[in-house]
Design a protein around this ligand. Structure first.
Ligand code: 5GP
Ligand code: ZN
Length: 114
């Protein structure tokens, strides 16, 4: 997927400061943060949406959530609390069609989302 911005970040074709890199995922700071802490985690494999994930992606989906929790602890906002978000398709507000988990922390977040 040459035209996918998140594949380009995962492949290091576009420079980004990676917070974490494992065999299956990378994490980096969101370009346009919506909270004092706003991290994105993406699978190295191009999966366009959560709706497009399949049984073969079970392990990497688990990796993403466990890594999100680990990053929140490491960056120091786990105990205060945070939110993980996966936007899916148009009504979900997805703008980059490479599956990603948002981790938002560092302030009290409102509910319900807009
Ligand atoms: P979505 O709206 O698809 O759930 O979230 C996409 C997120 O990716 C947005 O929060 C946006 O700010 C972020 N984003 C888009 N392009 C880039 C980029 O090139 N670098 C980084 N670090 N974040 C990006
Ligand atoms: Zn991609």
């Amino acid at each position: 997927m040459n035209d996918c911005i998140f594949c380009s970040i995962a492949n290091r074709q576009i420079p980004a400061e990676l917070i974490v890199e494992t065999d299956t995922l990378v994490a980096f700071h969101d370009l346009n943060p919506q909270a004092p802490q706003h991290v994105l985690l993406i699978p190295k494999k191009h999966i366009a949406t959560l709706d497009g994930a399949g049984d073969e992606d079970r392990a990497v989906l688990g990796d993403l959530l466990l890594a999100a929790a680990e990053i929140a602890r490491r960056l120091g906002f786990a105990e205060a609390g945070y939110r993980t978000v996966i936007n899916c398709n148009q009504n979900g507000g997805q703008s980059v069609y490479h599956l990603h988990v948002h981790v938002l922390g560092g302030r009290a977040l409102e509910w319900p989302p807009g």
